[in-house]
Design a protein around this ligand. Structure first.
Ligand code: NAP
Length: 251
């Protein structure tokens, strides 16, 4: 039988990327509400300070400014967190960007940027976190995929490819790490009301509404609740799954 361990949720240490705003901020709030210690990672120091002021839980919440596509920098954040707190239980690879265009108009730069920020970062963080989690014999990695990564979406070839890649990474890590008590799952949000979707034009928003059976946008808290479940011991026998949180778009 596999030798795995478990730790109470309120003793867990979590890293959440892209946590200064939007879905990542809601995830940080949800994990804090479960009593977890949370390290929020994002690009800009001032945005992180603003998030810290909003959440107001300085005993359990700290921040690290870093570009998650920078291998050395992000690996150091993961290693430092594990060293500082003596463990690492949860990694939420949430940071993501879009550079939308039709496939024949996407530049090499925009392809590489989206793939590096959305997908390579998850590999970098997971590689570093898995080393710690395997030693502990427990841990949960949650990757932020997307409906676009399952179904494809016109104008989002780079983004959809990065999110489909997240799903392949998630499922492979689940199979590699399960014996050591490390779980790996993905969330596939549909249209969630954040800055990322606020920039869509009215026509795109109307198109989105046509596709959503529940006829409303999701909220960051809808995604955060699902991440909270996958990060917690309540989902202890679940790994390698992609959980759609999309108002019924993907069935
Ligand atoms: P958001 O509001 O744009 O927030 C993303 C956060 O990630 C921002 O704080 C951003 O910092 C940060 N970030 C960007 N690049 C980074 C990097 N290289 N290193 C570290 N942090 C970085 O996005 P969101 O809507 O909350 O989306 C969060 C995740 O959910 C993304 O992976 C997205 O693809 C996924 N998702 C969202 C939706 C949706 O409808 N919103 C749907 C499906 C999937 P800056 O502010 O400095 O750029």
């Amino acid at each position: 039988m596999a030798k795995t361990k478990s730790v109470p949720d309120n003793e867990k240490v979590a890293i959440v990327t892209g946590a200064a705003r939007g879905i990542g901020l809601a995830i940080a709030e949800e994990l804090l509400s479960k009593g977890m210690t949370v390290v929020a990672v994002d690009l800009k120091e001032d945005a992180l300070t603003e998030a810290a002021n909003k959440l107001g839980n300085p005993e359990k919440f700290s921040t690290a400014a870093c570009d998650v596509s920078d291998s050395e920098g992000f690996t150091a954040v993961v290693d430092d967190t594990a060293e500082k707190f003596g463990r690492l239980d949860v990694l939420v690879n949430n940071a993501g960007i879009t550079r939308d265009n039709l496939v024949m108009l996407i530049s090499d730069e925009d392809w590489d940027l989206v793939l590096n920020v959305n997908l390579k970062s998850a590999f970098i963080g997971s590689r570093a976190a898995a080393k710690v989690m395997m030693r502990q014999r427990c841990g949960s990695i949650v990757n932020m995929a997307s409906y676009s990564g399952i179904e494809g979406n016109p104008g989002q070839a780079n983004y959809a490819a990065s999110k489909a890649g997240m799903i392949g990474l998630t499922k492979t890590m689940a199979k590699e790490l399960a014996k050591r008590g490390v779980r790996s799952n993905a969330i596939a949000p549909g249209f969630i009301q954040t800055d990322m979707t606020d920039i869509l034009g009215d026509a795109a928003k109307e198109m989105a509404m046509v596709q959503i059976p529940m006829k409303k946008l999701g909220q960051p808290s809808d995604i955060a609740k699902a991440v909270g479940f996958l990060a917690s011991n309540d989902s202890g026998y679940i790994t390698g799954q992609v959980l759609s949180v999309d108002g019924g778009m993907h069935t």
